[in-house]
Write a protein that binds this ligand. Sequence first.
Ligand code: C2O
Ligand code: CU
Length: 547
Amino acid sequence: FIPDAVLRVSVETISQSCMPPKDVLLINGTSPGPELRLTEGRTYWIRVYNDLPNDNTTIHWHGLTMAVSPFSDGTPQASQWPIPPLHFFDYEINIPVGMAGTYCKSCTSILIFYHSHVGFQAVSATGPLIVDDSGPVPYKYDEEKIIFLQDAFSSDDTTIEKGLTAKPFVWSGESAVILVNGKGGGTADTTVCNASLSVINVDPKKTYRFRIIGGTALSFVSFAIEGHNNLTIIEADGSYTQPYNTSYLQVGTGQRFSFLLHAQAAPPKKTFMMQFEARSRPTVTRGFAVLNYGSDLAHAPYPPATPPMTLPETTVGFLDYVLRPLIQDEPFPTAAQVTRRVTVRVHQEVSGGRTIWVENNFPWTEDTPREPYLVSLYKNDGIEFPSMQRALTNGGLDPVTVAFPAEIGEVLEIVIQNTGSEAGGVDAHPFHAHGKHYWDIGSGPGTYNAAENEKRLIGTSPVKRDTTMLYVYDTSASNNTDAGWRAWRLKVVEPGVWMIHCHILQHMIMGMQTVWVFGNETDLIRGVPIPEVEGYLVYGGSVMGNE
Ligand code: C2O
Ligand code: CU
C-alpha cells in the first residue's frame, strides 16, 4: 500500500512575523503546508503522520463532502478517534466526477483547504487543497494565484487552549497579524515591523484567477487591492457562481472564493498593496501583500507605515440574496418541501466558573469523554445512539448524546440564531457545515421570521455554501438588537456524522460546535461499509514503524 500523499504534522520553535519565537505546528515543515492538487474522478489515500511528541492530531478536508468515506472527515470524537503522538492514519478521499464542474458546474468543492481539527492546531497546521476540473473550466483566465490567509498570535497553542478553558477564562489576545501565504507584518494600527511581505507577480493585460482561502483562526477579513477595484467573484466555497463584480471582498474564517483580476494594461507604478483588515473585533488586525508588475523585486517590501486604503467598515449581508449559482444543478428546496426546521440558539455564558458557548443550552467539545459517534454507529456496540424522539421534544438536540439526529430523506431548514453573551455584547461567527453543502437562504438582524425571509427569496437562487456568517448588526438599528440569524436548507442524503460549528478556533474550544448524526446504524452499514483502515475502531490506531 503506497499512499498518494503524505502529510506530517510537527512542531518547531520559530518566529512568525516580528514576534518572539514560540512553538508553531507545521505540515511537512511549513505553514501553510504544501499545496495539494487532486483531480476529480479518483480516490486518494492520504497518510497523516503525527510527529507531535505530546498532542493528538487529525486532518479535516474542509469543503469536501466525504460521502463515500465519512470516517475520513477528521473530526475528533465525532467521526474518528484522534491520531495519538507518533501514530498515523490513512484518510480516504473520493472525488466523484462532476465534483469540480464537468457536468455540475455549481455543485461542488473545487477550492478546499485542509487543517487539523484538534484544539487550536488549525491556526498553523493547515494548507491549500485544490481539485482540478477534468472538463472545461467555465471562465477564461491566463494564470492562477493563491492567497492563503492565517492569523498569528503572540502565545502558542497550548497557552491559548489552557487560557480559554481556565476558570476564570483567559482570552488568547487578538490576532497580532494577518499572514498572507505565510508572510507579513504590520501588526497594530500604526506599528510596522520589518517582516517582508508576500509578493504576487503579475503581467500587464493578463487575467488571473485568484483563489482566496480564509484559513484564519479568528479574523473576519475585509480585503481590497490598491488600483484594482473591479474584482469578479466566480466561485464561493467550491461552487462556481455567476460573475459578481465588487471592489472588495469579505472572507470569514473557513470561507473560500475565486475572483478574476484583470491586470492593468499600462500600470502607473510597479507595486500595489493588497490590504487585509479584520472586522467585528475590538481592534483592527491588519495584513498586507504586494501585487507586483513585471519581474521579481530586488527585495521584498515591508508593510506600509500608513495603510493606503480605507476599506468598508460595514460587513452585514455581503453577497446575501445577490450571488447566483452558475448552473443550478438541482432545484433549491422550497419552503413547502422543508420537513423540519431546527433552530440552533448560540449563546455565551459562564458555567461552573468557565466561560462557554452553548447551542440550545449545550456546549460540545472534543474533550467530552465518549467513543466517537461514527465509531459507535459502525460497531453497534451498545453505546447510546442519538434519539430522534428525545431530540424532537428538545428543539432538535438529543440531550443525552448531545447530538442532532436527522433521518435520510428529511429536508431541513437550519436557523442559526445569535443571542450574544449573557455578559452583554455580540460577536460575529462564521458557521461551517461538514458533509453535503447547504443552500444559504440569507441572514438578517433580530429573530428569524420565515415568512418575511420567504419574501426576500422571491426571484433569487441561493448558492450552495459550506461557511456563512452570523453578523454583528448596528446597535442603533430600528429593531434595537445587534444579534441576528443565518438560515440554510439542507437535504439529508448521506449517512454519517457531520459537524456544524463556528469556525473561530477559540469559540470551538469554548464549546461552539454541534454534531449531527444523519441516518441510523442500518443506513450507515448499508451505505458505507466499516472502514478497513487499520486502527479505525479503537483509540491508538497505527503505530509509526509498523507501516
Ligand atoms: Cu474547517 Cu470543522 O472545519
Ligand atoms: Cu464563533
